[in-house]
Design a protein. Sequence first.
Length: 319
Amino acid sequence: MKRILNYGSTNIDEFFIVPHICQSGETLLSTQHFVRAGGKGANQSVALAKAGCKVYHAGVMGSDAQWVYKTMEDYGVDMTYTKVEDNQANGRAFIQVSDETHDNCIVLFPGSNGRYTAEDAKDIVNEFETGDWIIQQNEISQGGAIMQAAADRGLSIIFNPAPMSKTILSDFPMDKVTILVVNEVESAELYQAVTGESCTLAGLALATALFQHFDHMQGLVVTLGGDGVVAKFRHHGKVRDFMVPCNKVKVKDTTAAGDTFVGYFMATFLDERLGDDFFFRVQRSLEMANYAASLSVQEEGSMVSVPSIEQVQGLLEAK
């Protein structure tokens, strides 16, 4: 059976509910404040576990985040490859959530997420084999070296380059990526990084342009928020487009929607019970991920908002 390694971040998320996202020079009174476990890597690991997958989370955590470690274990994440460093502050995210639009704005403090080393990565990656998968984001140090080590070991790579950076193409060996998952803003920023031009494309047209540029990739997925998701996949010389509409719901908090999508997509994509029809697996994976994300945005918080597999399956069957 294929194994999944998530080499990613963990954060202590501090949420501030505000009337609107704070502008430069403005002071706002927060109406609510609460603390939750989070981080893109941790959220995606929990999403994979909740989707029924065996997932190994690799990372570095600060001694102030023992409770986050325990929370992830309780959700079913294997923490064998995660180490906790004494006297080291964990990564933190300071998240404004607009009470008006329910959008968010996030400030990241890397903390322990900046303590990853290429040497540790090689040791951990060497515990896995050709055919296994690694998931990466862009919230930790040495991400490019980790990706190269995984590629050298023969692992397939799903990359969610969030947060997007202007140096993404030089920081990561993009030619090693198997499946790329980006949101609408990230896809436009990636297009500009690739072409040097402002992006005037959107939706499937933008996905097509990026897929043509990254012609080694098996798949490229662009999430569009309220407009659903578009994707391009190739298999045995055939290329197919996918467009999955959004499940319209009342949005409360979008913080972990993208991470929920990635985790559920990957868990479904690797589910051997779906059979050998590659494009059917892609379609079902996009649908499951889309429904999971739509459930996530109806709850406040990050990791805690990731739905259970029973909730997602129930919603899918009801449709």
